[in-house]
Design a protein around this ligand. Structure first.
Ligand code: ADP
Ligand code: MG
Length: 728
């Protein structure tokens, strides 16, 4: 049921805050208790099965069918012990959510009873009737259905009474229909390319993983107020609402004390997350009122992506339990900061080395510089595709709005590293490294982590910033699946490392010493990718001008920005590395265009409805009150006397009329444009039309509604106002 504004406020004020009983358990007692992890596997699996799955996970080898049966039966026994009655393959379809279809374990038996059954084949592969997931035309509903296949590298878990098994989702014809498939491929390609480069420095390395530590921002809103805002409930953001007199100006929310109600909620969702083995560690208030952040300890990227998807789900469900709603939209409220999802990314070897962490000696620093410079070069080379990966209808509002990194992709390195790179650039080639230079490498680079990690030399305005021992990709949207940018980043860096190895090997073959060869190529890269490096204020107008001079692109519009995803360069990158074929990229493109169209279409419909059926009638009601008032005064005083008085009533009545008329006209024009858009046959054209012709009305209609909000009697205003929504 929808609440009116005052009913909702009453509910809010009489709310009993739900309690959460932590049960006095130590984290070590319950951490991972709902996960089929190494510890549990040893308990429920034979030694043979356990070792088989461990090897398969670390080497990517296939799981034997017979063993799969054993694993399935152990997994089921564990899940049933935990109270599970159902199981599901859990996957990441391209609509950005996660999907599950629950099946019961039991099977009726001949004697009229039932047995709990779960075979290896049900674990390994399934064919969900999932024909409604977006597939961009790849999958004809009548021909090839999609199937899900077990990803043993991400452990199964129990939520409620359901065993969830992480899987990939692909078409029978082989095309990926999800995020996980290309993500895993990109991780493998990066592993091979990075391991090969590591061998220049250390022959003991035989695996490189990519690490991800996400930071998830979100808003919390009371449930009653949320229900009284059809725009929030249907689109995830407010389509109207005048700024509150006070919001984030005083910075008093940021890192402030967490409100009791929110702290209770956080303890609850963190407890559930920890039981799922998600290492959530950090919580704090964010910049905007009612905005919060949660961050875990970083993990291997595939697992971290699953954990992020899972945590979003856990936060959402726990919020409901606490009569709250979590908002992941990148820009739920105009005029205050939106939400992002920083992706802290690095690469680590099986020998325990973080490849983006400056080392303690010249050799490890040389390795560090190699990976650092190759990453910079990759970002420079593929910046358009990176931006394409993080564009969404929500993120479009955030990028370039002087609160989040601009839509210009650049890399921040900090002053020490910038100096180090300059040093390499100026170094005369073809001479051996002098002992002095070696010491310099050690001293200069060795002190970088301390400086950057203690936050003194950080640049918060950069979309892609080095932060001491990792890169932080800050332009990612809060609602997005982290896999989308990671697929591009891993593939781009892998491709770059391959190129690097080729070039270095070619020099070595010519008789140049290895160290010198590496130096020469790195030096070349520094020169070539200089334009992407920027240390200044990314929010400033000067940067926009400077970036243009440098030839960096600045695209804020989603349909335009995502074109890079199907450019020749992109097709080649993904094909060469066997991540995605051209038609898969095109299919993904179409899915994103369609999502864009649908989202703007829904926003436009909701706004039209609210404007005509909620706001205009309210405005007329208030206008009538004013008209009656004026009429009454004239009756009482006489027209002459009334005219001689100073009064603004008539002005207000006229103003309201103007806004009402403008709103009505604009809604009509917007609907007409929507009709034209809906008749376009190409999805690309449709998306462009929605962006250029429909979207602008959302702003201009809102502008007038927000003006009316300031004029009309507070008692009459139907929707909760920003000042009511934003302070828990
Ligand atoms: P900050 O405010 O400094 O950005 P946070 O604690 O909010 O710090 O988030 C930092 C994130 O970076 C955490 O998730 C952390 O685990 C992650 N991180 C640290 N080192 C690495 C690494 N080598 N690879 C990936 N992520 C990392
Ligand atoms: Mg951060």
């Amino acid at each position: 049921m929808a609440y009116t504004r005052f009913k909702a406020l009453d509910l809010l004020h009489s709310r009993e805050i739900p309690k959460f009983d932590i049960k006095k358990r130590k984290t070590s007692e319950f951490y991972g208790e709902n996960v089929f992890n190494g510890r549990t596997m040893q308990e429920y699996l034979s030694k043979e099965a356990y070792e088989h799955i461990i090897t398969a996970t670390s080497t990517g080898s296939k799981i034997d069918r017979k063993i799969a049966n054993q694993i399935a039966s152990g997994m089921k026994a564990w899940a049933v012990d935990k109270g599970a009655t159902h199981y599901t393959h859990w996957f990441h379809p391209l609509n950005g959510a996660t999907a599950e279809k629950h099946d019961a374990f039991f099977e009726p038996s001949d004697d009229g009873g039932a047995i709990e059954n779960f075979q290896g084949e049900l674990l390994v592969q399934q064919e969900p009737d999932a024909s409604s997931f977006p597939n961009g035309g790849i999958r004809n509903t009548f021909e090839a259905r999609g199937y899900t296949a077990w990803d043993p590298s991400s452990p199964a878990f129990v939520i409620g009474t359901t065993l969830c098994i992480p899987t990939i989702f692909v078409a029978y014809t082989g095309e990926a229909l999800d995020y996980k498939t290309p993500l895993i491929k990109s991780l493998n390609v990066l592993d091979k390319a990075a391991t090969a480069v590591c061998h220049y420095f250390d022959k003991n390395v035989d695996k490189v993983i990519s690490t991800l530590g996400w930071e998830q921002e979100y808003f919390l809103i009371d449930e009653a107020l949320y229900n009284a805002r059809p725009d929030l409930a249907l689109t995830g953001r407010t389509l109207m609402g005048h700024a509150s007199a006070k919001d984030q100006q005083l910075d008093d929310h940021y890192f402030g004390s967490i409100p009791d109600r929110v702290a209770t909620f956080m303890r609850d969702f963190e407890y559930e997350s920890l039981r799922l083995g998600i290492p959530v560690k950090t919580r704090h208030n964010e910049v905007a009122p009612n905005q919060f952040e949660c961050a875990p300890v970083f993990e291997e990227a595939n697992l971290a992506v699953d954990h992020n998807q899972l945590v979003m789900d856990v936060i959402g469900k726990t919020a409901k339990k606490h009569k709250l709603r979590a908002l992941y939209h990148e820009k739920p409220f105009k005029g205050i900061n939106g939400s992002g999802k920083h992706n802290n990314w690095s690469m680590a070897t099986n020998t325990g080395v973080n490849l983006l962490s400056p080392g303690k000696n010249p050799k490890s620093n040389f390795q560090f510089l190699t990976f650092l410079i190759n990453t910079v070069k990759a970002v420079d080379e593929y910046s358009d595709i990176l931006r394409a990966s993080i564009m969404s209808p929500g993120n479009e509002h955030r990028l370039g709005a002087a609160e989040a990194p601009p839509a210009i992709i650049s890399v921040f390195l900090g002053s020490e590293l910038t100096k180090a790179l300059k040093g390499i650039e100026q170094r005369v080639s073809n001479k051996k490294m002098t002992p002095d230079e070696k010491t310099e490498l050690k001293l200069d680079i060795g002190k970088i982590p301390e400086i950057l990690l203690d936050n003194t030399d950080r640049n918060r305005t950069s979309p892609f910033a080095f932060t001491g021992n990792r890169f932080e990709f800050r332009a990612v949207g809060s609602a997005q699946n982290c896999a989308a940018p990671l697929i591009v980043l891993n593939t781009a860096v892998a491709n770059q490392l391959k190129e690097f190895k080729k070039s270095v090997d070619a020099l070595i073959e010519k008789g140049i010493k290895k160290d010198e060869a590496i130096f020469q190529i790195l030096k070349k890269y520094i020169v070539e990718s200089k334009k992407i490096l920027f240390e200044g204020n990314g929010y400033s107008d000067e940067w926009v001008k400077e970036a243009e001079k440098r030839g960096l692109t600045n695209i804020k519009d989603m349909p335009e920005a995502i074109k890079a995803f199907v450019s020749e360069k992109s097709i080649k990158l993904f094909k060469d590395n066997a991540i995605l074929e051209k038609h898969e990229l095109e299919a993904r493109q179409e899915i994103r265009q369609e999502i864009y169209v649908k989202k703007i279409q829904i926003e436009s419909r909701v706004l039209g409805d609210l404007a005509i059926n909620h706001i205009v009638p309210t405005a007329i009601k208030y206008q009538n009150i004013l008209v009656n008032n004026v009429q009454g005064l004239i009756n009482l005083l006489g027209k002459k006397e009334y005219d001689s008085m100073e009064n603004t009533q008539i002005d207000t009545i006229k103003k309201i009329s103007t806004y009402i008329n403008e709103i009505k006209t604009q809604v009509k024009l917007m609907v007409d444009e929507r009709k034209i858009a809906n008749n376009l046959s190409l999805m690309e054209e449709k998306a462009e039309y929605y962006s250029q012709k429909v979207k602008p009305f959302l702003e201009s209609i809102r502008y007038r509604i927000d003006k009316l909000e300031l004029i009309i009697d507070d008692e009459l205003w139907p929707l909760p106002k920003y000042r009511e929504l934003l302070f828990l």
